[in-house]
Design a protein around this ligand. Structure first.
Ligand SMILES: Nc1nc2c(c(=O)[nH]1)N(C=O)[C@@H](CNc1ccc(C(=O)N[C@@H](CCC(=O)O)C(=O)O)cc1)CN2
Ligand SMILES: Nc1ncnc2c1ncn2[C@@H]1O[C@H](COP(=O)(O)OP(=O)(O)OP(=O)(O)O)[C@@H](O)[C@H]1O
Length: 227
């Protein structure tokens, strides 16, 4: 069977104003949730779009504080953190990456491979000046990228998400980049980064969804899952 396309080409007949959480979770654990995922993405995206810019900036500062203060991450001079370059209304800021570097961590961020969705490539983040506009409007470091197995060396993976549930099911943008990549992160805690109200009781999921082990929110800091 042909796999479903990413959200952007997935005709979604569901009016976001008519979706509620009971409906989108009705698929239940283990069942394919493509339509339910689409509906939930729309709901979460519109809630993000409604967030006030000042509140987002305050949340980004709180995320930095948690990353620097949190013992769970065991940040030290030799730590490799695979992070992401926050774009648009995503939680966090480039300051998150700079703060990690100031603490002595090495930071790598995704480089989206050309063509159809495939495992992510990675490049070292060396400061804001090293970032260039890249695919889908998400900045990435200029220069050579490392292969997907760069994740094997990471102790922490900070993962962008639209939402995560209490058991560790993560909802991303819908292209499956992280689901194709995280199996390489054999020695890492997998931390979904979301706003406080994006931790949900249950999310629709499919067999190929790679679970996360932790969640980081502005109010809750880093917490292990399940919650
Ligand atoms: N900051 C950040 N970096 C990240 C991710 C992310 O979610 N956030 N990713 C997480 O996986 C990967 C990129 N994933 C993406 C998945 C889908 C679309 C996408 O469909 N974008 C538009 C369509 C844009 C276009 O067609 O030109 C869309 O949403 O409609 C973009 C990026 C790697 N890097
Ligand atoms: N490991 C995999 N191998 C091949 N295809 C996959 C894999 N994981 C996911 N996919 C494909 O990617 C598509 C999108 O998956 P899903 O809706 O779970 O994305 P997501 O986790 O929300 O997005 P992302 O990981 O990019 O943030 C799925 O329809 C599926 O066909």
């Amino acid at each position: 069977m042909t796999p479903p396309e990413p959200d952007r080409v997935d005709p979604d007949p569901v009016d976001p104003d008519r979706v509620d959480r009971a409906d989108v979770n009705s698929g239940g654990a283990g069942e394919s949730g493509v339509d339910a995922k689409s509906a939930m993405r729309r709901e979460l995206r519109s809630a993000r779009a409604a967030r006030d810019a000042d509140a987002r900036a305050a949340d980004a500062e709180r995320l930095v504080g948690h990353l620097l203060g949190d013992q769970l991450l065991g940040l030290g001079p030799d730590v490799l953190v695979a992070a992401y370059v926050p774009a648009g209304t995503e939680p966090g800021s480039v300051e998150m990456l700079d703060a990690l570097r100031r603490r002595g961590a090495r930071v790598i961020v995704p480089v989206i491979p050309p063509g159809e969705p495939a495992p992510l490539l990675w490049a070292e983040y060396r400061g804001p000046d090293s970032l260039m506009p890249s695919r889908f409007g998400i900045p990435a470091p200029a220069g050579p990228a490392r292969t997907p197995d760069a994740l094997t060396d990471a102790q922490v993976v900070l993962i962008p998400a639209l939402g995560v549930d209490r058991t560790g099911v993560r909802l991303g943008r819908g292209a499956g980049y992280y689901d194709r990549s995280l199996h390489a992160a054999t020695g890492a805690v997998l931390v979904a980064v979301v706003y406080d109200d994006e931790i949900l009781d249950a999310l629709p999921h499919d067999d190929y969804d790679h679970p996360v082990t932790h969640v980081l929110t502005p109010s809750g800091g880093v917490r292990q899952l399940p919650l």
